[in-house]
Design a binder for this molecule. Structure first.
Ligand code: TRP
Ligand code: ZN
Length: 869
């Protein structure tokens, strides 16, 4: 079960056989499913050595195997745990493999499995090998013809990739459908769905006049939650034409929403499968954040049709080729739909709060990893989001138009191919003329570069000195200098721009730039828009920060200046507490800056809310070599209550001014209004301000939308008392039949700041409304607790760690992918102070003694291998 076979990028060998045509035949029965594959193959001219063929297969029952219609004898092949090898084959032949599988009892959510009453597939990365023996690698691309036969009343809807070319009845009560996908594709993009499904339909006319049939299937009764997803799809299709000149290439685009899904969604060619959490959005059940998530995931999967499907990855080490580029395209799209500044701030937050910790922990790996045990463990924030930031730097250095032209060049040059990140970089160089030799290091090295910026003003000349250093990561020491764009602008003391914005290209360990003709020392705004995924430290006074916070023309930099002010105060206080000294109070400048902000708020309301929000515990923790959760939590709570106390009257006014007055619309103005309302309630709740409870209950009861309702509920979250219990019970009663809404109910309780939070989680694990086999429920309750209730999870008595480890063991037996993801939360023990470090390590050791899946084993082993420091 847990053989640790490590795969290396350097070991890549081309496939021995190419497969031109695949015919699949699914015979779906209640007790088992028969799958027959006919593969038209020929020897790969690029492959030398013996004409042996490796087929991957896991958990399969082999029924038969034949070469050109002749049954293979036992001497011609050997079966093992992970597949079978055919020793010798003709130059060209048709191979027929038949297997029997059991989707009814497949809880791993990969291969063919049941979600509710729907049968569906998930093949990325290597789920196809759980369906039938096949070379399960993305560089084997074939055209597929798929026949599905099943019970007509249980499975009236049958779907696969491409066009439906035939349907009809077979035996009494059964029917079949045949699909042909005209585009050659790797098997990870194969999909099949069978079920009794509700449907909403629409259509889209492409720029060149192609009519595309748009269909979105879901379990009956949920159709009215799917209109936002459909509208988002059309927006994404129009955006990709307008921005990249890319038109959809099939006659239909089908999406199926399923409730049990390990990730957000999957871009199977012409037949996307989505987690319901990334499809459903109706104003009474989904928040503004949910609406944005649905819009962005729908766009992401659509954009994969070119960046991922038309041009795919040669091997899984190249995953960021499709994910980094597609996330970057999704980010561009999101910025164009919403508030540009606040959308970008959200992206920056994810990098700093989630990616930087990964890059500084035991699981640090390059955007293009060099080795892995289990590929599923490498669908990481580094491959996705840092990968997107790396692309963004190329776009920044090339300029937007040149970058888009370069992407078009890349897609044209490699259309229909499975390629590498190196191929992508070469295409970028060819088209833009940039020299990316040194830039390639971003793909090869793990770790977050630390930049230091010093400035010196003498006479009328400003000297800026930038230096960079990247800390060691587990298997990568003494890193060379990176090539990166640092956007800067200079401001005078009235807040007027005196120079820039301009981009400094840093590519040495240390570099200097001079700016002449500056009579007064300017204020330096640096790393504007977060122009590179680095940590920047800059000697700057609080007064200078306050000035940028009030006047910087870049919203990201305004927010960043506010964050820097908060961070400095929080770090000073947390350090003092950690050293057993008296708490350190925040400087007056900080409160003056908040007052200025409240007096002159930005037009973008969401930006105001962002600027009033304190850095998360994760961000504060990143400032420390060793994380002291208790000290950080206390410092953050203290500053929060201090701000709330000083400005309570202002927050009351903000809440009044931003309370719901118009019917709900998901747009920039509406979402901004609701952000400020929630933020004001949050501050008032910190001091249990008079009237706050009534206000929160009122918002909960009267809102016409889930965003304001959740604002009320969240404000009551940490305030024990009758209001909280009544509102929670009301919520549960009202939404008992909406599992995704009940996830909010689970998460809210899991994140309640109480000493006995772990007991609450244990109680909810046993609740009927919880379902251990559904990843959304597990993420809401266990993920909510371990990520969103930092102090309770890291309690000194290790009760949080024990709880998580217990559940990882249980989960690992059914869903290794999800269990491994949760185990990752225990891995960075070495970053913490005692007793947390010992408590986390102890649970890793406990896990290590169990028999574990390869997925979870890889995470536990790498966590334990981390230096004890
Ligand atoms: N390719 C999917 C995406 O768009 C990721 C994905 C979906 C996935 N389901 C998965 C990856 C299951 C691994 C396993 O990002
Ligand atoms: Zn993706």
């Amino acid at each position: 079960m847990s053989q640790t076979l490590r795969k290396y990028r350097a070991d890549y060998q081309p496939p021995t056989y190419l497969i031109d045509e695949v015919a699949l035949d699914f015979d779906i029965r209640d007790d088992r499913t028969r799958v027959r594959g006919d593969y038209r193959m020929r020897r790969n001219p690029a492959s030398h050595g013996r004409p042996a063929l490796r087929l991957d297969g896991r958990g399969l029952t082999l029924v038969s195997i034949a070469v050109d219609g002749r049954m293979a004898s036992d001497e011609e092949y050997a079966v093992d745990d992970t597949g079978l090898t055919l020793f010798e084959l003709p130059q060209a032949c048709t191979l027929t493999v038949e297997t029997s599988i059991d989707p009814e009892h497949n809880l791993s959510l990969e291969g063919l499995y049941r979600s509710g009453d729907i049968l569906c597939t998930q093949c990325e990365a290597t789920g196809f090998s759980r369906i039938v023996y096949f070379p399960d690698r993305p560089d084997v691309m074939a055209r597929y013809r798929t026949r599905i036969e099943a019970d007509a009343s249980r499975y009236p809807v049958l779907l696969s990739n491409g066009n439906c070319v035939e349907t009809g009845p077979t035996d009494p009560g059964r029917h079949y459908a045949v699909f042909v996908d005209p585009f050659a594709k790797p098997c990870y993009l194969f999909a099949l769905v069978a079920g009794d499904l509700g449907l909403i339909r629409d259509h889209y006319t492409t720029g060149s006049g192609r009519e595309v049939d748009l269909r979105l299937y879901t379990e009956h009764g949920n159709e009215d939650q799917c209109h936002h997803a459909m509208a988002s799809l059309k927006q994404a299709m129009a955006w990709d034409e307008a921005t990249y000149g890319l038109e959809y290439d099939l006659d239909s685009y089908v999406t199926v929403a399923v409730s049990s899904f390990n990730m957000g969604a999957m871009e199977n060619k012409g037949l996307n499968v989505f987690n319901t959490a990334c499809v459903f959005a109706r104003q009474d059940t989904a928040t503004d954040a949910d609406f944005a998530l649905v819009r962005d995931v729908v766009a992401h999967e659509y954009f994969h049709n070119y960046t991922g499907n038309r041009v795919t990855c040669r091997d899984w080490f190249q995953l960021s080729l499709k994910e980094g580029l597609t996330v970057y395209r999704e980010h561009q799209f999101a910025v164009d739909q919403g508030s540009p500044g606040v959308t970008r701030i959200g992206q920056v937050r994810t990098i700093r709060e989630v990616q930087f910790p990964e890059d500084g922990g035991p699981r640090a790996h390059p955007v293009r990893p060099d080795s892995y045990v289990e590929m599923d463990n490498f669908y990481t924030i580094t491959v996705y989001e840092k990968g997107a930031e790396v692309i963004r730097m190329i776009a920044r250095m090339a300029g937007d138009d040149a970058f888009i032209a370069a992407v078009r060049h890349y897609l044209a040059k490699h259309d229909g191919q499975a390629v590498t990140i190196e191929d992508f970089v070469v295409a970028m160089e060819e088209s833009t003329g940039l020299d990316l030799e040194q830039f390639r290091r971003w793909y090869a090295h793990a770790g977050t570069p630390h930049l230091r910026l010093d400035s010196d003003h003498v006479a009328d000349t400003l000297t800026l000195r930038l230096s960079q250093h990247t800390p060691d990561t587990p298997d990568d020491r003494d890193k060379p200098a990176f090539d990166l764009p640092v956007e800067i602008a200079l401001f005078d003391h009235r807040g007027e721009v005196v120079r820039g914005p301009e981009v400094l290209r840093l590519n040495q360990a240390e570099q200097e730039w001079q700016f002449e003709g500056l009579h007064e020392a300017p204020i330096v705004s640096a790393l504007r828009g977060f122009s590179a995924p680095v940590q920047l430290s800059q000697a700057q006074s609080d007064t200078e920060r306050a000035l940028l916070m009030a006047h910087d023309s870049d919203p990201v930099s305004r927010w960043d200046a506010a964050q820097a002010l908060y961070l400095e105060a929080l770090v000073a206080d947390a350090s003092a507490r950690s050293a057993g000294q008296d708490a350190a109070s925040a400087p007056a400048v900080l409160f003056e800056a908040i007052e200025t902000l409240l007096d002159n708020p930005p037009d973008d309301r969401a930006l105001l809310a962002e600027m009033l929000t304190l850095p998360s515990e994760a961000r504060i923790g990143e400032q420390f070599e060793r994380i002291d959760v208790a000290a950080i939590g206390a410092a953050r709570r203290e500053l929060g209550t201090d701000i709330a106390r000083r400005f309570s009257a202002r927050f009351e006014r903000l809440a009044d001014e931003h309370a719901a007055c118009e019917p709900y619309v998901f747009d920039v103005a509406g979402a901004g209004r609701r952000r400020v309302f929630a933020c004001a309630l949050d501050y008032l709740a910190r001091i249990d301000a008079p009237g706050l409870r009534e206000r929160a209950v009122d918002a909960f009861e009267r809102a016409d939308n889930m965003t304001d309702r959740m604002a009320g509920l969240s404000a009551l979250r940490d305030l024990p008392g009758a209001e909280r219990e009544r509102v929670l019970a009301d919520f549960a009663r009202r939404w008992a039949d909406e599992p995704l809404v009940m996830d909010k109910w689970l998460r809210l309780q899991a994140t309640t700041r109480r000493d006995d939070a772990a007991d609450t989680v244990r109680r909810l694990l046993a609740d009927d409304r919880f379902d251990f086999t559904n990843p959304n429920r597990v993420r809401a309750l266990l993920g909510g607790f371990a990520r969103g209730n930092v102090e309770a999870f890291h309690r000194g008595d290790a009760s949080g760690y024990r709880l998580l480890a217990d559940e990882i063991v249980r989960l690992d037996a059914i869903n290794p992918q999800l269990a491994a993801a949760l185990a990752g939360l225990l891995a960075p023990w070495a970053r913490y102070v005692a007793p947390q470090r010992d408590g986390m390590r102890e649970q890793l050791n406990r896990l290590s003694e169990r028999s574990l899946s390869a997925n979870t084993r890889e995470i536990v082993d790498s966590g334990l291998a981390a230096a004890a420091g």
